[in-house]
Design a protein around this ligand. Structure first.
Ligand SMILES: C[S@@+](CC[C@H](N)C(=O)[O-])C[C@H]1O[C@@H](n2cnc3c(N)ncnc32)[C@H](O)[C@@H]1O
Length: 347
């Protein structure tokens, strides 16, 4: 895509290329995390975030698989901070730790290198796919994973449906809407959408991955836990965004040098998950972290610290749980097989 002067490609192909082109894609060339990067994610704000995820995992294991081995697989591990803190916490619980197999499923070669160098002390395996997974139950984890996957967009105009493409002419990119057969798309999804919506954002890549994960947890047992930027209104809106140096930028301003993501539509995700015979529960990040005891952990952590250190711990936790910051924008999404009564964090 970067080498061609003129082209027209569907939006999802454009996103895939902008993020993962082997030489010029964003995730193939950048380390986007933290102050010096383009955005900061919850595990990099405070280690207490990952500690709360750890409490959820160990509680799940105790309820369903106590004294049995499990696989814990992080999807899209970024700089590896979350899994690192989960492993550090698990080492304090010997019986749990000896039953855990930690694995990472990551697409970016550059980030795999970074993860391998940051996590060399820990016993982690990197997976290229899920084909050779043994038969142990699996907990899949993903923080800001679903919202980083490519999407397609469809627009209804004067009774006709169009798919959004990206057209490049010389140096310039622009959107181009091309007529499409929405019935074909509905058939592919096995969902009736065109009479309820005027605009659709469809995460085909996420659906493909969810199908694979469904197959795995159906065969081997387990569940999925995602933490993502998500909204709960049924009506779909255009949520595509590009971010550079902690600010939103125009999608076409600096292709390959800005992150591209979208916001998950929970009702739509719920329908997709239902078709896979799975169930979905969600709550806000705020509610989840408070339920798991983030404030108690913060008090304990800060008990022997000086004033500045204490303030820093609470400032970071406020970013995670404040209603106007990440607390309500981010949702924790638990996907499981039916008849599973595990509710920790979701009350
Ligand atoms: C927004 S980052 C989040 C990173 C990390 N989870 C965090 O919270 O800091 C998205 C991560 O998902 C990875 N990723 C995106 N698409 C993927 C795919 N199809 N398979 C595996 N990893 C993927 C990216 O390379 C990146 O590591």
């Amino acid at each position: 895509m970067f080498d061609k002067i003129n082209f027209k490609i569907p939006l999802d192909k454009f996103i895939e290329n902008a993020l993962y082109h082997p030489k010029k894609g964003y995730y193939s060339t950048k380390n986007p995390f933290g102050k010096e990067g383009d955005f900061i994610t919850a595990p990099n704000i405070s280690k207490v975030f990952s500690e709360m995820i750890f409490i959820w995992i160990i509680s799940y294991w105790q309820k369903f698989y106590k004294n049995k081995e499990i696989n814990i697989i992080e999807l899209g591990a970024g700089n590896g901070e979350m899994i690192k803190q989960i492993i550090i916490s698990s080492k304090k619980f010997n019986n749990f730790h000896k039953n855990c197999n930690f694995k990472i499923f990551e697409k970016s070669e550059k980030l795999i290198k970074l993860q391998k160098s940051r996590l060399k002390k820990y016993n982690i395996k990197w997976l290229k796919n899920f084909d050779k997974l043994d038969n142990k139950p699996v907990i899949f984890l993903g923080n800001e994973f679903l919202d980083a996957l490519p999407i397609k967009q469809y627009i209804k105009n004067n009774g006709s449906w169009y798919e959004r493409y990206v057209k490049k002419h010389g140096k310039f990119f622009k959107f181009k809407n091309i007529k499409c057969d929405i019935k074909k798309i509905e058939k592919k999804l096995n969902l009736n959408l065109s009479n309820k919506h005027k605009f659709l954002e469809v995460p085909f890549e996420a659906i493909k991955i969810l199908k694979k994960l469904d197959f795995i947890i159906t065969k081997k047992r387990g569940c999925l836990l995602f933490i993502d930027y998500a909204y709960t209104k049924c009506e779909m809106i255009d949520t595509l965004q590009a971010v550079k140096k902690h600010k939103k930028v125009n999608l076409f301003d600096d292709v390959g040098n800005a992150d591209i993501s979208h916001i998950i539509n929970i009702p739509f995700l719920k329908e997709i998950v239902k078709k896979l015979n799975l169930r979905l529960k969600y709550t806000t990040q705020r509610n989840f972290l408070l339920n798991l005891g983030i404030m108690k952990r913060a008090e304990l952590l800060s008990s022997n610290k000086n004033f500045l250190e204490k303030a820093n711990i609470f400032y970071r936790i406020t970013r995670l749980i404040d209603k106007k910051q990440m607390g309500e924008l981010f949702k924790v999404i638990y996907i499981y097989k039916k008849n599973n009564k595990f509710n920790l964090g979701f009350k």
